[in-house]
Design a protein around this ligand. Structure first.
Ligand code: AMP
Ligand code: MN
Ligand code: MN
Ligand code: MN
Length: 293
């Protein structure tokens, strides 16, 4: 297999942020690997929310296809009252404090689901937990998209977008974040596992540039080393500006589509081009040397 380039040039073969049925994605880990391969990707990471449960299955298929797969997860954290996502790139899998950390995240998701259900029942969606479970179609931990689908199925809202806009999005009744650990704690688990902590989609928290700078400062202070320079499709000027913010802090840059389901805005490997930058790509991080070959 061709090794990955030293810079962000020619990175269309890589996607370090995707979901499967182990969290809120539509494709099984096997199907996802097959789609990645069909789309010409060579290096990928499966980043299900707060779990690595899909990685073993994905690894079997990735090996069969000759695709390089990195064990990973997208962990939920809170920082100053905002839910922040951190992609853990885990060349050695789950180790040390992260093992108990992932267990704690699963329990947090369960308690949070019960709280979300109570809150949605208060607006008239009876048996909310059972309805969300039915939408999930398996016993995996539930997320807000399952509740959004339950609201649509019950006819409370016309579509997913309005479910989030009215009931589940940031600041709405069903946006329960109190269960997530602090950002610094999550980053600590990742470092303890020998992984690289990547701040996910820094442009999607609705923050001013200044606030994003404070987030990046705290993230780096906690041991975070990278951030997603490109997440799906974004404005090139904003990307250049983000690149400067990362460079000022000596961070690495990552890339990903945040793919969830076929037929959506993005497919595996589909994302904006990276503007010319001297930022180091995260696959050049010394701890990921084995992956980039
Ligand atoms: P959770 O991890 O349970 O907080 O759920 C967050 C997930 O909900 C995100 O990863 C997205 O997949 C999905 N999501 C967030 N906002 C929206 C939205 N406005 N419309 C559709 N899906 C969304
Ligand atoms: Mn998601
Ligand atoms: Mn996310
Ligand atoms: Mn994601």
């Amino acid at each position: 297999m061709m090794p990955l380039p030293e810079t962000f040039d020619d990175t269309v073969r890589l996607d370090l942020h995707m979901h499967s049925t182990a969290s809120d994605g539509a494709l099984s880990p096997t199907e996802l690997m097959q789609l990645c391969h069909a789309r010409g990707l060579t290096h990928v990471a499966l980043t299900d929310h707060d779990t690595i449960a899909g990685v073993a299955e994905a690894a079997t298929e990735a090996e069969r296809l000759g695709l390089r797969l990195l064990c990973a997860s997208e962990l939920s954290a809170q920082w100053r009252g905002v839910t922040i996502h951190v992609v853990a790139l885990l060349p050695d899998g789950a180790q040390g404090a992260l093992i108990e950390g992932l267990d704690a995240q699963a329990r947090a998701r369960e308690a949070r689901s019960e709280e979300i259900a109570r809150r949605l029942e208060a607006i008239g969606l009876d048996e909310a937990l059972a309805r969300a479970r039915e939408q999930a179609g398996s016993d995996r931990p539930l997320g807000r998209p399952d509740f959004a689908r339950a609201l649509v199925a019950a006819g409370v809202v016309p579509d997913m977008a309005s479910a989030f806009k009215k009931h589940l999005g940031a600041g709405k009744r069903g946006d329960v974040k109190a269960h997530w650990p602090w950002l610094s704690e999550i980053v600590g688990w990742i470092r303890d596992a020998g992984g690289v902590a990547v701040l996910a989609h820094p442009l999607r928290y609705g923050m001013t540039r200044r606030k994003r700078g404070l987030l990046l400062d705290d993230f780096v202070e906690a041991g975070g080393e990278a951030a997603e320079l490109v997440s799906g499709f974004q404005n090139p000027d904003t990307t250049r500006d983000l690149s400067r913010q990362l460079q000022e802090r000596g961070m690495f840059g990552s890339l990903g589509s945040d793919f969830h389901a076929p037929g959506g805005a993005v497919a595996p490997g589909s994302m904006s081009d990276t503007p010319r930058t001297t930022l180091l790509p995260v696959w050049r991080h010394p701890r990921l040397a084995g992956f980039a070959q």
